[in-house]
Ligand binder design. Sequence first.
Ligand code: FMN
Length: 198
Amino acid sequence: MGKYIIGITGASGAIYGMRLIEECLKAGHEIFLTITKSGRIVIKEELNMDLDLNVEMIEDRLLDYFKVSKDVFTYYDIDHISSAIASGSFRTDGMIIAPCSMATVSAIAHGSSTNLLERAADVILKEGKPMILIPRETPLSAIHLENLLKLARLGVKIIPPMPSFYTHPKTIDDIVNNTVGRILDQLNIEHNLCKRWS
Ligand SMILES: Cc1cc2nc3c(=O)[nH]c(=O)nc-3n(C[C@H](O)[C@H](O)[C@H](O)COP(=O)(O)O)c2cc1C
């Protein structure tokens, strides 16, 4: 089964990252998660989940939330720059950042590596591994678009959370699942999250 790094940043739409993790774990994949400081603020605001805890407690909280064991899920503190995912010698099948803030898009496009998430993304790019970003901001400035274009030209898949309405979504879950389904499609992970056009 695959090993995926997932990053959650401080863009709106924390639910995309959480649903993606749920689905990857359900499909039997191993997840390495890191969340930026702003990401934790947005998770609290949007999902009412308080992750203002030490690293062990956050991991326990998330293991409990996803109902999985430590064998398949690891949480890394954003400042823990000596974590496995900071090194190119640690083998993974790719990285997904969901949601991805414009600050993190910029940091990745410029190779800043100022925290573990940015460093892990830098490693994925230098190793030529698959990377998917779920950027969220509106409207997008020319700076945002240029940074996204730069990354798209490097082979990064850019999947903005843009639901399709021909599937007639009825709930927020339908809308979220539509985007998460498209991410899983890119990873070749089977799912039944969204209706397919036929
Ligand atoms: C409730 C809330 C929603 C936000 N939504 C967005 C957003 O959709 N897109 C974005 O780029 N930044 C958004 N921000 C601002 C980012 O959190 C901020 O730029 C932060 O520095 C990003 O840091 P990070 O990339 O390390 O998570 C939001 C902030 C808050 C508090």
